[in-house]
Design a binder for this molecule. Structure first.
Ligand code: OGA
Ligand code: NI
Length: 336
């Protein structure tokens, strides 16, 4: 459902649409009603809020403050922590171009990738998405690493709980996604984001973040109070209709990724979304939850039939992700 809105805490056009999304209370003991709310949201928009998720509000504020501290450093300092080939570290403004067909240059955002910490001497470090993280020096940001590691752990627990509700909504065993080859050893990536204050101009190809869908199972997004995120429920509609997703204090905005769309044979969809700058700086924190490197994503038995055969070939998680990151990010060698 979309509604016209007149008053906002941050400026957006008066005629803008706002999406009303279901809110899943993770502390509720009524699992059946949570599952049905979630299922309805997955069928309608692929986006919903999660509240009472167990992460302390003060702690969330601290994660945002630490993120701001980093992005406030001069570009030259941040470039010392430039993203490496294992996808860890800093991505400058314009590094990523999520929708090259419609953007005249890259996204008006800078970011910082933090994955699961795997030391070089562990066998897993051979895998493309596992390695040690890049950390700013403790001399300049003494609490940074501890804060980000704690947030990563806590967000993963929230993702596990949400994955249980998704499994039930798909008629699967509650632990279908929360098993060793899936979220037992996941590729889970925290991404701090900072959007420049520039106003986007969709007609001229200028976006905070270009239109895209996320790649994995789910994404947990925390945002500040500024509007910016928009979703498009029907990417084939002409013209496309974009609706704002209002920020909700203390909640996660959760959306489904491409792998879940493939698993569910498009029963659940990974919805197109983008970010428009409204003239104010904006901070957000995305937590991308993908299964293990070698997990094979194939159509679920509950989502196919003779009349509805699998729509996608099977794919290995790491192959899908590698291709997506390659398609959207600048080559690291372009910075040297
Ligand atoms: C993303 C994303 C939205 C936001 O990083 O994939 O969609 O509000 N972010 O920052
Ligand atoms: Ni996204």
């Amino acid at each position: 459902m979309a509604e016209k809105i007149k008053e906002m805490n941050t400026p957006i056009p008066e005629s803008a649409n706002v999406s009303l999304m279901n809110c899943i209370d993770l502390s509720s003991s009524d699992v059946q009603s949570s599952v049905s709310l979630l299922k309805q949201a997955c069928l309608d928009s692929g986006f919903f809020y999660v509240i009472n998720h167990g992460i302390d509000k003060e702690f969330m504020d601290e994660v945002f403050s630490e993120s701001k501290r980093f992005f406030n450093f001069p570009e030259q300092e941040k470039m010392k922590l430039l993203k490496n080939e294992k996808n860890r570290g800093y991505t400058p403004f314009f590094d990523e171009n999520l929708d090259p067909a419609n953007q005249i240059h890259g996204d008006y955002k800078e970011g910082y990738y933090i994955g699961i910490e795997v030391s070089e001497d562990q066998a897993d470090a051979q895998k493309p998405f596992y390695s040690p993280n890049r950390w700013p020096s403790e001399d300049i940001l003494p609490r940074w690493r501890k804060t980000m590691e704690k947030y990563h752990q806590e967000a993963l627990e929230v993702a596990r709980s949400v994955s249980q509700l998704i499994a039930l909504a798909l008629g699967l065993d509650i632990n279908f996604f929360d098993q060793p080859k899936m979220l037992g050893n996941p590729i889970a990536t925290l991404r701090l984001l900072h959007y420049e204050g520039r106003t986007s101009e969709p007609a001229n190809g200028i976006f905070g973040a270009g239109a895209h869908s996320d790649y994995g199972l789910i994404t947990l997004l925390a945002t500040d109070d500024n509007y910016g995120l928009q979703i498009c429920k029907d990417k084939d509609a002409k013209p496309q209709i974009w609706e704002y997703v209002p920020p909700l204090k203390g909640a996660f905005i959760v959306n489904l990724g491409d792998m879940l769309e493939r698993w569910s044979n498009c029963f659940f969809r990974s919805t197109l979304h983008r970010v428009l700058g409204n003239g104010q700086e904006r901070y957000s924190i995305a937590f991308f939850v993908d299964p293990s490197h070698d997990c094979i994503v194939e159509c679920l038995p509950t989502c196919q039939s003779e009349k509805n055969p699998p729509k996608f070939p099977t794919v290995k998680c790491k192959d899908y992700l590698l291709q997506k990151y390659k398609d959207t990010h600048a080559d690291i060698s372009s910075y040297t």
